[in-house]
Design a binder for this molecule. Structure first.
Ligand SMILES: Cc1cc2nc3c(=O)[nH]c(=O)nc-3n(C[C@H](O)[C@H](O)[C@H](O)COP(=O)(O)OP(=O)(O)OC[C@H]3O[C@@H](n4cnc5c(N)ncnc54)[C@H](O)[C@@H]3O)c2cc1C
Ligand SMILES: NC(=O)C1=CN([C@@H]2O[C@H](COP(=O)(O)OP(=O)(O)OC[C@H]3O[C@@H](n4cnc5c(N)ncnc54)[C@H](OP(=O)(O)O)[C@@H]3O)[C@@H](O)[C@H]2O)C=CC1
Ligand SMILES: O=C(O)C(=O)Cc1c[nH]c2ccccc12
Length: 425
């Protein structure tokens, strides 16, 4: 690869490969990393993408269930510079979305370095470069040595869902049945006839409970606090699209009130089924706390019919039983943890100014894409794929400007000088 230079003495004390990258490093080959890579290509900026998994979009390919579909209409989920194929439905399936991402990577000739997990990254004030250390995992093509990359720009694209959240609940470790996080659930097939406790009532908890019903399992869903459930469509129009249209004219609080009124018209009152609504409106809650409202695709009907039982918070697990905060005890065969995800940035990025302790940029959207010293973040807007696309375009334009200026100047320099720059590192 022309944008990678091996340093003269290219092994460190731990026998790590030391590699100088001419251009930015993108950490993560999910939709955010791919979108940024495509936009950089257009700007003529070379880059390297490092991905811990052995494929692109590993969240979608390896950590989601079979029946998953995009829950926002397709126009809100496509990446920059390449629309979805016209024959895709309004809500593409997971398979279609992955197919789209594969063709996206091919179209923009994006070839990530797979099986390389970024273990640490820090800015070296003295040299003015980022030092990025990776650990390689074994791949079909053999064992790669660990590496240290050195670069001017670091683009964090590891996602809001990098790690699964496993709650610390008394007795969970000793539970006698099987425990699976939503990210490992594929289908309800193997739960047929089983009593399944689904912990959590976000989009994952709701959709897994629905899938369990469709496979004749017996789900009980834990709702420990409150939740906004909105129908995915109102009167044949996407609820999300209606909200976006209204946001152009009306203040957020009013849009929230209208959304709740429309939801009430379509699904009626949900309180009588054990679902308490948060005090804050659905869009305000998403913006302020990052909590996504549930866009219902059928779980609510199953709750109304009693096929999904709603239960309050968990006190403890005891053998094959769960004790709830209201004192009720339930026999449980399996536990599904639909307890959400977290960013992994604090585990590897040695930086405390731009990113906060929760692994998200401190500045709210639309400011959280650019930090200091060549640091960028894409896909941490809590606005799904459309937020990632808007970050990606901003980042590429920003780096592209500097790149063009510098390459113009660089052309005037001699090759000898170029060599001197590298050997100074
Ligand atoms: C079940 C589910 C359904 C969703 N549905 C929608 C939807 O319909 N519409 C929507 O807009 N959004 C949706 N989202 C939100 C989701 O965040 C986006 O769809 C999208 O996947 C975000 O892309 P990303 O590239 O930022 O993160 P990811 O897709 O998570 O990609 C990040 C990549 O970084 C890699 N990585 C992580 N850490 C490291 C490391 N240290 N070193 C190297 N590589 C690393 C990961 O392996 C991964 O491949 C959904 C999320 C989930 C969990
Ligand atoms: N395209 C699609 O159709 C889908 C999209 N998604 C998206 O993926 C992202 C993640 O969603 P999801 O996985 O649902 O995660 P969320 O973070 O949205 O929800 C986590 C849920 O787990 C609950 N919870 C956490 N810990 C406990 C505990 N100890 N006891 C009881 N309940 C607990 C939370 O309750 P509390 O609120 O009280 O903290 C909350 O209800 C979202 O952005 C979502 O929109 C997910 C699935 C499908
Ligand atoms: O699916 C997700 O997690 C998203 O973040 C998509 C999304 C962005 N803004 C929203 C508002 C309501 C429901 C979903 C989303």
């Amino acid at each position: 690869m022309e944008n990678i230079f091996r340093l003269a003495d290219n092994r460190d004390f731990f026998n790590r490969r030391c590699v100088l990258i001419n251009g930015p490093i993108i950490v993560g080959a999910g939709p955010s990393g791919l979108a940024t890579a495509a936009c950089l290509k257009e700007q003529g900026v070379p880059f390297v993408v490092l991905e811990r998994a052995d494929c692109i979009a590993s969240l979608w390919q390896k950590r989601t269930y079979d029946r998953l579909k995009l829950h926002l209409p397709k126009q809100f989920c496509q990446l920059p510079k390449m629309p979805f194929p016209e024959d895709f439905p309004e809500y593409p399936t997971k398979k279609q979305f992955i197919q789209y991402l594969e063709s996206y990577a091919t179209r923009f000739d994006i070839k990530p370095q797979f099986n390389e997990c970024v273990q640490s990254a820090r800015y070296d004030e003295t040299s003015g470069f980022w030092r990025v250390k990776t650990v390689s995992s074994n791949s079909a093509s053999g064992v790669k040595p660990d590496a240290e990359y050195i670069c001017r720009w670091l683009i964090v694209a590891t996602g809001e869902n990098a790690e699964s959240v496993i709650p610390d609940i008394e007795g969970l470790g000793d539970f006698s049945g099987d425990i699976v996080h939503a990210s490992e659930y594929k289908s309800g097939e193997k739960y047929r006839g089983k009593k399944v406790l689904v912990v959590g009532c976000g989009n994952s908890g709701m959709e897994l409970s629905l899938d369990l019903c469709n496979h004749n399992a017996l789900p009980s869903m834990v709702i420990r606090s409150s939740v906004h459930v909105l129908p995915r469509e109102v009167f044949g129009r996407s609820t999300f699209e209606l909200a976006v249209l209204m946001m152009a004219w009306l203040p957020l609080w009013l849009v929230d009130k209208i959304m709740l009124f429309l939801s009430w018209l379509v699904v009626g009152s949900i309180e009588k089924y054990g679902l308490k609504r948060p005090a804050m409106g659905p869009l305000e809650l998403k913006n302020k706390m990052g909590k996504t409202p549930v866009l219902d695709i059928g779980a609510l009907d199953k709750i109304k019919s009693g096929e999904i039982k709603v239960v309050p918070g968990i006190k403890r697990f005891c053998g094959g039983q769960v004790e709830l905060v209201n004192g009720e005890k339930l026999d449980v065969d399996s536990v599904l943890l639909a307890t959400g995800y977290r960013s992994n940035v604090p585990c590897w990025l040695q930086e405390g100014e731009f990113f906060s302790k929760n692994g998200f940029p401190k500045a709210p959207f639309p400011q959280g894409w650019k930090g200091n010293a060549g640091l960028y973040a894409v896909g941490f807007t809590r606005r799904g794929l459309s937020g990632a696309s808007s970050d990606a375009m901003r980042i590429a334009e920003d780096i592209g400007k500097v790149w063009k200026q510098e390459t113009r100047q660089h052309k005037k320099r001699t090759t000898a000088c170029h060599r001197r720059c590298i050997s100074q590192l």
